[in-house]
Design a protein around this ligand. Structure first.
Ligand SMILES: *Cc1c(COP(=O)(O)O)cnc(C)c1O
Length: 219
């Protein structure tokens, strides 16, 4: 199957209203163009330099989503054009996004990344840290950052019960935080190539799929 066929096969399994982020990290711009020509408009990248380079050469109506851990000093590289930063995992990062978005006269959508998986290596706030931060009210003063929801990466395991446990946790956090934010807080980003069918059962509104569209990455 080519990119177009894989893309359309995946899209046909997504319920209405679920957004597909085509995770194109490590793939050359030509492959993204193929997906674009097949109708895809949302692309996810994990490295700011790579995203900026692709932004330069690809059509300007693409929505770029930063999905990887972002260092604060790299925010300015993508602030002029990025649609969403879905891997927001610290207070300092939010402050920098607010600053750079303001400089560019823009509002940048963000997702709060919560760590619910078993592995220590995964980034994101613990639920407790996140709640402490939110209770501080600092976020209420941000006018160029729009909190759209939460994101997590489930434990990397073949044990489906653990993946389901992770999705149950993030779903609960999403529902519990909703009332604090209002209308715009509508995004639960869970599900990657291997676990997105399960994520859909837990109400994912934004899946992030790379390998199943573009094939294996060459690092
Ligand atoms: C790489 C990556 C993905 C896509 O993973 P696949 O298994 O290739 O679908 C999704 N989300 C994040 C945060 C990633 O870093």
């Amino acid at each position: 199957m080519n990119i177009k066929e894989r893309l359309h096969r995946i899209l046909s399994t997504l319920p209405e209203g679920v957004q597909l982020v085509a995770v194109s990290k490590f793939h050359p711009a030509e492959r993204l163009q193929e997906a674009y020509d097949a109708g895809q408009r949302i692309f996810g990248e994990s490295r700011p330099q790579e995203m900026a380079a692709k932004y330069e050469v690809l059509p300007k109506d693409i929505n770029w989503v930063m999905i990887g851990h972002l260092q604060t000093n790299k925010v300015k590289m993508i602030a002029p054009f990025v649609s969403m930063i879905s891997s927001v995992d610290s207070e300092r990062l939010i402050e920098e996004i607010e600053k750079q978005a303001s400089k560019n006269n823009r509002t940048i959508d963000i997702l709060l990344e919560v760590h619910v998986a078993s592995e220590e290596t995964k980034s994101g706030w613990s639920e407790k840290e996140l709640r402490t931060y939110l209770a501080s009210g600092i976020l209420n003063n941000m006018t160029h950052v729009r909190v759209r929801g939460v994101m997590t990466i489930a434990t990397n395991t073949d044990d489906e019960s653990i993946i389901r446990r992770d999705f149950t946790t993030i779903r609960r956090i999403f529902e519990e935080l909703k009332p604090q934010f209002g209308e715009a807080f509508d995004t639960l980003s869970i599900g990657m190539s291997d676990d997105y069918p399960i994520a859909l059962e837990y109400g994912s509104t934004m899946v992030r799929i790379g390998t199943a569209i573009f094939g294996q990455r060459e690092y």
